[in-house]
Design a protein around this ligand. Structure first.
Ligand code: 6CS
Length: 283
């Protein structure tokens, strides 16, 4: 009897294990089911127009959230709820479960591709520098800033431009972390920094709204790559990312993708001319 009892016990454990273990893919699929039940996807944004923007009434717009809202709707997730985050905090926030996805123009680079599950490309852009009219220090590249030992450059914390300036040899103390576009603009206008670097479309948006004749845009920054972002999902949510990619591909194919992003100044052709694999492998 005892032997039977032990066997029954082992069999019981085995059966319990089988019943509770997720079948292949089911663990992944549950994330989309969870978002459908939740009724919204929590997205991280930076509030950097035209990539992402939050109006005074809280309305979220910008090319990245607009694409995400449309795709999630097609996946059966009613809406998106956005939280503003510094670029450098987006991936840790995603990994900590504070967001379901980053839709903020978070450019694909190998180190980021290793940390998240990116969708296929969405928004592509070159880099720019905002300087005083006449470009008094003659900046054309991040290396030019490095060579001028008195020069300082502002850039987003944990952002691509900060990394590009540091990699070009600008010492840490001359790369000033700037929380947002308006702060960067003011710091440049007040002479507290000699240049402020963001992607071209973000700098152009700032200048258009600043209405200040004493500003000049250096674009593209010589030697800096054209980057593309994708929606960034947590590692482990690849099934959700894959479902997102299916809808993204349909949007691209139907022309609706261009209708969403091109009014903001982005090129659909640029995003459709490359792939996640190529961008994540880029040096
Ligand atoms: O991906 C990034 O790090 C950069 N992306 C945008 C849209 N703006 C600045 C940021 O550094």
């Amino acid at each position: 009897m005892k032997k039977l009892g032990i066997l029954a016990g082992v069999a019981g454990l085995a059966l319990a294990a089988v019943l509770t273990a997720p079948t292949a893919g089911s663990a992944d699929d549950s994330k989309l089911e969870q978002l459908k039940a939740q009724g919204f996807a929590r997205v991280a944004i930076a509030n950097e127009p035209p990539y992402t923007a939050v109006a005074a009434d809280g309305k979220v717009s910008g090319a990245a959230p607009d694409v995400a809202r449309e795709i999630f709707k097609r996946l059966g997730v009613g809406d998106i709820v956005a939280s503003i985050s510094e670029y450098g905090a987006m991936i840790p926030g995603l990994q900590a479960g504070r967001f379901d996805v980053v839709t903020a123009g978070l450019f694909m680079k190998p180190e980021r591709c290793a940390a998240v599950a990116y969708s296929e490309p969405v928004l592509c852009d070159a880099e720019a520098m905002l300087v005083k009219k006449g470009n008094p220090k003659g900046f054309k590249s991040y290396e030019d800033v490095a060579k001028d030992t008195s020069a300082t450059i502002g850039a987003p914390g944990g952002g691509t431009e900060e990394k590009l300036a540091l990699n070009a040899g600008v010492p840490r103390e001359r790369v000033i972390v700037v929380p947002d576009g308006q702060s960067g603009l003011k710091m440049l206008q007040d002479g507290r920094i000699d240049a402020y670097s963001l992607p071209v479309l973000s700098i152009n948006d700032l200048v258009k709204k600043a209405n200040d004749p004493n500003l000049e845009v250096i674009a593209p920054v010589q030697g800096a790559p054209v980057y593309c972002d994708g929606a960034a999902f947590k590692k482990g949510d690849e099934a959700l990312r894959d479902a997102y990619d299916v809808e993204l591909a349909k949007l691209k194919k139907s022309g609706e993708f261009a209708k969403i992003i091109e009014p903001y100044g982005f090129s659909a052709a640029a995003a459709m001319s490359t792939t996640r694999d190529k961008l994540c492998a880029a040096k």
